[in-house]
Each structure stands twice: as structure tokens, then as C-alpha cells.
Design a protein. Structure first.
Length: 256
């Protein structure tokens, strides 16, 4: 997940019942990156805070926080247009930041965009951190002999940067992003392309995502889809596999 991303922190044990364990019997496993493997929400807000301090130092903390949340919410749908292949990454970023500037009564020029990108990317990269339960899931898949791939709606260069920052270089059979596939989640074509490149049948491929929408897209594509509901929001449709943390997701290799 990326657009409207928030840190998914589970409430206390008494606030919601524990989910049951789920077992996927698969020949390959595909994982979302943002807020499934990487804590993208906090890293994104850290990057935005530092970058907006550079561009608009006059904002107080309350106003800055409000502008950042508006950027994250992306009500104009810039990120969805990027992930569906209708615009490129730079146009998406320029549009989102341009909306923020317009809300402050200013126009975004190339110099400000360059300054934003320079500060944001450094702060974002430094703030990237893995979810420990995601690392455990990758380890269990490796132990079961199940290859693991990443399927992200972000740009390929950003996804590869996250893999490197998390210390996961060499751990994935494939790293795929929407700008390389020509389609993004929840389009079933994106999941089927990942399966094809893995040489795995969709029915024998597991998929995990913290976005219910994108987990649903995987199910429509025929994958064994599991929604990671870290915040225990609930509301999954009948038949949708759900776990509240990845320690509850078990992996078995098909055919053993």
C-alpha cells in the first residue's frame, strides 16, 4: 500500500480478538512492500516534515502537520494515476507537491521541486525500517523452499532503494513495480504478470498486502490472497483470508 498510507499499529490485546493462523500452500509468494514489509507511513511523514521545513520554514507545527496529512491523503488521486500507468513518477510528484503549494497560495517551480526531492529522498531513505514480522515471514518462506517476490505500486527505483535500505538485497526472486509492468494493483493483470515472471500458477501463488483493495485484486486474479489487517479494522468480504500480524501466516511448499 502507498496512497493514503498510515502506520498500522495494532491496538492493545483487549481491544480486539486475535486472528487465527492462516496457512498458504504455494509454490511462490508475492508480497506488497509499503507497510507490509517497510514501515513506509512513518518514513514518508518524516521525509515530508523535513522537506516542507526546507520549502516552507514559516509554517508552525500544527499547520505543517495538516498540510502533510493532506499530501498523504492525495484526494486528487495523483498516485493512483501513476500506478495505473496514466502519468509518470515525476508528474505524480509534481502534482501532489503543486497541490500543497497551491493550498499555501504559491506556485511550484522546478527549483523548489528539486529542493523537495533532495531533502525528502534522503530523509525518507534514512527513516525506512522493516516490520519484524515481515522479516520472519520471508525467513519462513525461504526455509520452506518458496521463492518470494515483491509487487509494488511505487516506482521501481524507489522500491529497489527500500529493499537495499532494509538489508534485503538478494532475498527476493523478483522485485516488480507498476512503472515496469504498465499496470498496477488492484488490476488483476499486475498480479498475473508477477506470476508469469515467477513461472508460478496464480492458484499456487500466495499474496499478502496491508491494503484490502489490493488483496482483493489478487483474489480476483486467482492468487491465494491474504489481507494483513494490522490495525484490526475488519470489514473483509467473505472468503478473504485475514491475519492481524504476519507471525500468524504460515507457509508450506505445494507438492511436498
Amino acid at each position: 500500500m502507498l496512497r493514503g498510507v498510515t502506520e498500522s499499529t495494532a491496538p492493545p490485546e483487549s481491544a480486539a480478538p486475535q486472528s487465527c493462523s492462516v496457512t498458504l500452500t504455494v509454490s511462490a509468494l508475492v508480497l506488497d512492500m509499503d507497510d507490509t514489509i517497510n514501515r513506509t507511513g512513518p518514513a514518508m511523514r518524516t521525509g515530508l516534515w523535513r522537506a516542507t521545513e526546507e520549502l516552507w520554514p514559516q509554517l508552525d507545527d500544527e499547520e505543517r502537520g495538516r498540510r502533510i496529512e493532506d499530501y498523504v491523503a492525495d484526494r486528487a488521486g495523483w498516485f493512483d494515476r501513476f500506478s495505473s500507468g496514466h502519468i509518470d513518477f515525476e508528474t505524480m510528484r509534481r502534482g501532489r507537491l503543486g497541490d500543497m503549494a497551491a493550498g499555501l497560495g504559491e506556485r511550484l517551480d522546478d527549483e523548489r521541486l528539486h529542493r523537495f526531492e533532495s531533502v525528502y529522498r534522503a530523509a525518507f531513505a534514512a527513516a525506512c525500517a522493516p516490520w519484524p514480522d515481515a522479516l520472519g515471514l520471508i525467513d519462513r518462506a525461504d526455509a520452506a523452499g518458496v521463492p518470494v517476490a515483491v509487487l509494488s505500486n511505487s516506482a521501481q527505483r524507489m522500491t529497489l532503494m527500500k529493499v537495499d535500505r532494509l538489508g534485503l538485497a538478494g532475498r527476493f526472486a523478483l522485485v516488480l513495480s507498476s512503472d515496469r509492468l504498465g499496470s498496477g494493483k488492484p488490476d488483476p493483470a499486475a498480479y498475473r504478470a508477477a506470476c508469469e515472471r515467477l513461472g508460478a500458477e496464480p492458484a499456487l501463488t500466495g499474496y499478502v498486502d496491508d491494503s484490502l483493495r489490493d488483496a482483493g485484486g489478487a483474489a480476483l486474479a486467482g492468487l491465494q490472497s491474504c489481507w494483513l489487517d494490522r490495525a484490526r479494522r475488519g470489514g473483509a468480504p467473505a472468503g478473504q483470508r485475514v491475519v492481524t500480524d504476519l507471525d500468524r501466516l504460515l507457509i508450506e511448499r505445494a507438492g511436498r
